[in-house]
Design a protein around this ligand. Sequence first.
Ligand SMILES: *Cc1c(COP(=O)(O)O)cnc(C)c1O
Ligand code: SF4
Length: 459
Amino acid sequence: MITPIVRQREPATPAYAERVPFKVYTQRDIDRIEALQGLSDAQRFEMKVVSSVLPFRVNQYVIDELIDWNNIPEDAIYQLVFPQRDMLAPGHFERIAGLIRAGADKAELEAAITEVRAELNPHPADQMAMNMPLDAEGNRLDGLQHKYRETVLFFPSQGQTCHSYCSFCFRWAQFVGDKDLRIASSEATQLHDYLRAHTEVTDVLITGGDPMVMKTSHLANYLEPLLEPEFDHIQTVRIGTKALTFWPHRFLGAPDADALIELLERLVEAGKQVAIMAHYNHWKELEPEAAQAAIRRIRSTGAVIRAQGPLIAHINDDPAVWARMWQAQVRLGIVPYYMFVERDTGASRYFEVPLLRAWEIYREAMQQVSGLARTARGPSMSASPGKVEIQGVAEIAGEKVFVLRFIQARNPDWVQRPFFAKYDEHATWLDGLEPAFGERWFWQDEYDALRQEKLAAAE
Ligand SMILES: *Cc1c(COP(=O)(O)O)cnc(C)c1O
Ligand code: SF4
C-alpha cells in the first residue's frame, strides 16, 4: 500500500458563488439573455431554430467570465456554447424554421425535430449495442460501458446533464430528452456488482453529461464503497468533467464544494489514484481566477488533473491555440492527455476538421512546446474498433499513406501495431478511409466477428 503525501488543503473562495449563484439559460430563455440583446431578431431566431434540434444550455458564469462579447460571433467560447445557423444543413434549418414561422402545432414541430435528429447520427460508434455489458443473467446494464478491458465507464443518472452544453457535444442525443437515446444508470449496486465480478478492471471512469452536476452525496454513494478491500483491483477513479470551465465554483464556494474536496481527499488518502479528466478546448478556459483557484484546490487533495478535448473548427483548429493551451495546462500542474477528432454526429458538418489538417495542427503545436506538454496523444478517433491515432503521412513503396495505430482497442492485441490507409485529404473519420495497398484492415475480420457476437447477445 502506498501512503500518499497529505497536503495542506487549498482554502475555498466563496465570494463569487455567494455574489453570483448558479444561473442557467436554455432554449426557452434565449430572449432573456441580456448579453444577446445586441443581436438582431433574425439572429436570435436562428439560434432558437438550431437549439430546438440540438441541445442548448449556458450559465451566467460562462457569459460573464469566458466570452469576449466584443468579438462575437468569432469568439471561441461563444462558438463553444451558442448555436450557429450553419450547425444544421440548409434543408434541415429551413424545414424547422418554416414550421416555427408558420406557428405549426407542437406535435407537428416535435415530429419534424425528431426526424431531423435521427438524421444526425445520434449513436456514433455503435455505443448502445456494442459497449453495454451484460450481467450474469444476460440483462443489459444500461448505465455502464465496458469496451476496453481495464476501464469501465459509468453514467450515473443524476449526472446526465452539464453546467453548460458544448455546441459540438457528441453526447448531444442524451440531452434532448429522448429517453431511448439516453445512457444512464441510477443503480449504484449495479456498478458495484459488476466491478466486484470483474477483477480485470483497474479503472472506473465516472462520466455523463458531467458527474460534477451531481450532489456530492450521490457521488459519494458511488465512490466510497470502492474503498472496501473487495475493490482493491480498482486502482484509479477517473471523473470526466467540464466543470473547471463551466462552473469552477463547484470546487470552491458552491454549497457542496467542501464536501466534494473532502471526498477527493478521502479517496486519495485511502490509496486510490484520483484523476480529474478535465475537458478543455481553448486556453481561454484557463484564464479566470476562479478556474485557476479550482485547479489549485483539486490539486491540493492529491488528485491529478488530466486534460483532453476535441479539435473543433471555429474553436481551436489552430496550432497556436493548442500550444498555448498545453503550456498553460503544464504551468497550472495539469497533464495534457488526449487530442480527439470530432465525432461524426450532431453538428459535425460545422465542426469537423479533415484528418490531414488535424494531424498538421497536432504536429505544429507539438513543435512549439517542451516535452512536458507533449504528453497529449492524438489526433485520436474514438471509433467502434478502438481509439485510432493518426501518426502521420508517409510514402511507402511509392504510395502516399496515412500511418495509423490503435491507442486503445477492443482486442488488446491490436494496440500499437502500425497500419496504413490511403492518403485522403478530405477524410474526416475512420470510415471515410480505405486500407492502403489494396489490403483489408488487419483487424477487420476479427472486428466483424466480434460485432456479430455482440449484436446477437444484445438481441
Ligand atoms: C477513451 C475511453 C476509455 C479510456 O481509455 P484510456 O486510453 O485508458 O484513457 C475507456 N472507455 C472508452 C469507451 C473510451 O472511449
Ligand atoms: S461538457 Fe462534455 S458532455 Fe457536457 S456538453 Fe460538453 S462535451 Fe458534452
